[in-house]
Design a protein around this ligand. Sequence first.
Ligand code: 5GP
Length: 174
Amino acid sequence: MSQRIVTLISEEDIAARVKELGRQITEEYRGRNLVLVCVLKGSFVFTSDLARAIDLPMRIEFLGVRSYGEGTTTSGVVQITQDLSRPIEGEDILIVEDIIDTGLTIAHLLDLFRTRRPNSIKVCALLHKPSRTRIQVPIDYLGFTIKDAFVVGYGLDWAEKYRNLPSISLVESD
Ligand code: 5GP
């Protein structure tokens, strides 16, 4: 069985959308204590481009999560494998997620961070699959809405492969 990589969202379209999100975030966070929280591993590419599209002083934190699920779906049971390096009390937290699928992971992270008393907490997601929603979560900044398909590239993996593809792609088998 061979696999074909089919582009869903091109490198150019991603770059243009990330620049727009960066401009919007720059306007809305001027004068505040912005902390980007990169949810590892899938968000590492998006976070690095988004951070450079935001023209403000900021702190960048990395959060390691592992979610237990069957195959390519999540159970919503999220284990923190690497926590933030500093407290976030009084700060303006922007969680940067690669993709919101069922919503269970981000709902868990919002609950966790709220207990740490930040000044504000918002979500920026590159991708959203609304057809798979199991729990409604606010997505304050969104790159693209996509259909129900498993995607790879631009940080997203399939069994740790394809994270370095510059586009968001589908893996098709034939
Ligand atoms: P949720 O808890 O919203 O169901 O799942 C969120 C996590 O599941 C994402 O951060 C991502 O790690 C993984 N995920 C969901 N859909 C996809 C997909 O289409 N491709 C990849 N590579 N990961 C996905």
